[in-house]
Design a protein around this ligand. Structure first.
Ligand code: SD4
Length: 295
């Protein structure tokens, strides 16, 4: 309940991101500041290939970013899709939420919006993403995304989208996520991450959920919305996440993906499909410490 702040973040960078966010929560700060700081930390890691700059170039070698933030008390949402040349995608999403009546801004116009809001325009390419693209390009293959069969096993093993859910000492929920999506994606591709209910969702009276994995598939099912709605009906987070994922696999999809979820009073759980050896985990920090939960 109120007074017991917590923060949850997906994948191996979870503990480091949580530590920064929890510092804010511990001092009575807002969950939105905690989520932003935690996700910025991951976005700015130069060696993190799947989030922020320096990673996952698209088919023409450019890194583009998707992010979303949801503020529980007002159920306001801000998102950016295919954001180019700005590093802190979650911060731009926050500006969309706080400074406009809009929910999502995309592409070069998202860049222009960010610049108007005072963000710096920089290259998102570094040595690693440049090399990854050159190596792939040298093979002369078309992007995998041009194989449209939905029921073949996807090859999206190395995913790392950051999803963070926090509740502050005032009981306010915030949910956010940020990614550069999918390697060698077709330019203009937007994944599940900025789509409300797909890459993340939350409800101030229930809790939140964040997704990672094959967003091209997941966004067809709104699995985070599904997870939160099941928790609203009283289902525990792990079973709710599993049911949302089962909705996808029941349709025959052999996809790789996972969901982490937490109720506003701090009960958490997760589920995955196709990722038995992907190392998917989420971490939770509370007054009792920072623990990692492999899924
Ligand atoms: C996407 N869901 O754009 C993201 C990718 C991801 O961990 O989750 N990576 O499809």
């Amino acid at each position: 309940g109120p007074g017991q702040p917590f923060i949850l973040t997906t994948w191996d960078f979870g503990p480091g991101a949580n530590a920064l966010g929890y510092d804010i929560l511990k001092q009575g700060g807002s969950s939105i500041d905690a989520v932003e700081v935690a996700i910025n930390h991951v976005e700015l890691l130069p060696d993190e290939y799947w989030v922020g700059y320096g990673g996952v170039p698209n088919e023409v070698g450019e890194t583009t970013l998707d992010a979303m933030i949801l503020w529980g008390p007002t159920h306001d949402i801000g998102a950016v899709g295919c954001l180019k040349r700005v590093k802190k995608a979650i911060s731009v999403a926050r500006r969309v939420m706080e400074e406009t009546q809009h929910t999502m801004i995309v592409g070069d116009d998202a860049t222009r919006f960010a610049v108007r809001m005072g963000f710096e325009e920089v290259s998102l390419t570094n040595l690693r993403s440049q090399e990854a693209w050159e190596t792939w390009k040298a093979k002369g293959e078309r992007s995998d995304a041009f194989k449209p069969e939905p029921f073949v096993e996807d090859n999206l093993r190395g995913h790392d989208t950051v999803g963070t859910i926090a509740v502050d000492a005032d009981g306010n929920l915030c949910v956010g996520c940020s990614t550069n999506g999918r390697e060698f994606k077709i330019p203009g591709r937007v994944g599940d991450s900025p789509v409300p209910g797909a890459g993340a969702y939350g409800d101030q009276s229930v809790g939140g959920a964040v997704a990672t994995g094959n967003g091209d598939v997941m966004m067809r099912f709104l699995p985070c919305y599904h997870t939160v709605e099941l928790m609203r009906q009283g289902m525990p987070p792990d079973l709710a996440a599993a049911a949302a994922i089962k909705r996808i696999t029941d349709r025959g999809y052999k996809f790789g993906g996972g969901i982490a979820a937490v109720t506003v009073d701090g009960h958490h759980g997760g589920a995955q499909a196709g990722w038995d050896d992907a190392g998917f985990s989420y971490s939770v920090q509370t007054a009792d410490g920072n623990s990692k939960f492999p899924i």
